[in-house]
Design a protein around this ligand. Structure first.
Ligand SMILES: Nc1nc2c(c(=O)[nH]1)N=C([C@H](O)[C@H](O)COP(=O)(O)OP(=O)(O)OP(=O)(O)O)CN2
Ligand SMILES: [Zn+2]
Length: 123
């Protein structure tokens, strides 16, 4: 039986710690403060001859080494303007694109209760 009717997604989670401030925020978030950011990335696609979408090791190498490690224990405002969870998710997706890794979705939790989800618009 063909599996062409199925969509397969590989997903990995990461954590990093960073400071930021949001100059526009009317409340306490305009002050310098930190978060333990949780990031989940998805890659969607067909299975290759190994039966995988992407090797978990390759995915974590790119996402951690190329994108998140440079942000870890830094001030996010030094890397991008107005580092909201939404803009951080876009930053991660675009950085991954630049390495040739096309993420289908990025989720960024600033706190246990608050997250932003970035996904590609349907073409
Ligand atoms: N849409 C967005 N709104 C806010 C963002 C954001 O990235 N996108 N970010 C912030 C601040 O970074 C803030 O630190 C997050 O605050 P909050 O979710 O309110 O978390 P707290 O733990 O501070 O919440 P309590 O109110 O203390 O429970 C603000 N808004
Ligand atoms: Zn914050």
């Amino acid at each position: 039986m063909s599996d062409q009717d199925l969509i397969v997604t590989v997903s990995q989670e990461f954590e990093f710690h960073a400071a930021h401030f949001l100059a526009w925020h009317p409340g306490k978030c305009k002050n310098l403060h930190g978060h333990s950011y949780r990031v989940q990335v998805d890659v969607q696609g067909p299975l290759d001859e190994r039966g995988i979408v992407i090797d978990f090791d390759e995915l974590s190498d790119v996402v951690w080494r190329e994108i998140l490690e440079p942000l870890d224990h830094t001030l996010l405002n030094d890397h991008l303007d107005n580092p909201t969870a939404e803009r951080l998710g876009i930053h991660i997706l675009r950085k991954a694109d630049a390495t040739g890794l096309h993420l289908s979705e990025v989720r960024v939790w600033e706190t246990a209760k608050s997250l932003a989800v970035v996904r590609r618009a349907l073409q």
